[in-house]
Design a protein around this ligand. Structure first.
Ligand code: F6R
Length: 240
């Protein structure tokens, strides 16, 4: 794993967007795996700025998102599909039909997992962006998710529900289940870019990089990926 430690969040976002833009510029029809959450917001702002200033086009870019809360769809401003449109897609020339995410309101959840998994098999990510949870999750693969897992429905841990409640009116509103890419789907990406900032990520980052490769720390599987770059600010990297 290549590790880059930056002075602050701005520098982290700058470096992460350069890596993402390299992939997009080299392959204008690339498949980009995206994440939600607060970690990628700076990177997304940089992509939007670059699109406006330099005209980088997303016309033929395809995207696959990691996860979506069960029970939420575009009609909820807490859904991840809403997040992606608000924070990225609506500001680029991307074709929304080329942007993919699990349908949180699918009538048949098992069929929805199958549909999304088949899609992932046909769209191998040229790059997959990840954040990390303070419990070591990537996407919504919580501790003890099998390394061989593919798209599935995850029960969110108490720690994830608590972390994510900051974005809801109250903790009771946070969904307790989510659709998520599995660890195998993530490892299938040609390149992985994982970013983390803030002191509350320091332990998870250190366990991911220097700990045992174990299903107890889902992110530790990234030690086995042949092309993975981790960018952290000084706080998140403080235990490395
Ligand atoms: C988001 C996702 C999650 C987040 C992680 C970190 O699509 O899959 O794994 O990347 O929970 O979240 P933030 O960036 O909000 O700290």
């Amino acid at each position: 794993m290549e590790i880059i430690i930056t002075k602050n969040y701005d520098e982290l976002s700058e470096k992460a967007s350069k890596i993402m833009l390299d992939v997009i510029k080299n392959n204008p029809s690339a498949v980009i795996g995206l994440a939600t959450g607060t970690s990628p917001l700076g990177l997304y702002n940089n992509l939007i700025k670059d699109h406006k200033e330099n005209g980088t086009s997303y016309k033929d870019i395809k995207t696959v998102n990691l996860d979506e809360y069960m029970g939420l769809d575009i009609s909820s401003n807490q859904s991840y599909v809403y997040f992606m449109r608000e924070n990225l897609f609506n500001h680029l020339d991307i074709n929304l039909n080329n942007t993919h995410i699990e349908n949180g309101k699918a009538e048949d959840p098992a069929k929805e997992c199958e549909r999304y998994n088949n899609l992932l098999h046909s769209l191998k990510q040229d790059i997959q962006l990840l954040g990390i949870g303070s419990d070591g999750h990537i996407a919504f693969n919580e501790p003890n998710t099998p390394f061989g897992s593919e798209t599935h429905i995850a029960d969110l841990t108490e720690s994830t529900i608590k972390d994510n409640s900051r974005l809801f009116n109250s903790i009771d509103e946070v969904p307790t289940k989510a659709y998520t890419m599995g660890l195998k789907n993530i490892m299938n990406a040609k390149k992985i870019l994982i970013i983390a900032n803030g002191k509350n990520k320091a332990k998870a980052v250190s366990d991911m990089v220097n700990g045992k490769i174990t299903e107890e720390v889902p992110a530790s599987i990234l030690q086995l990926h042949p092309n993975c770059t981790l960018i952290v600010d000084e706080d998140a990297g403080s235990l490395l």
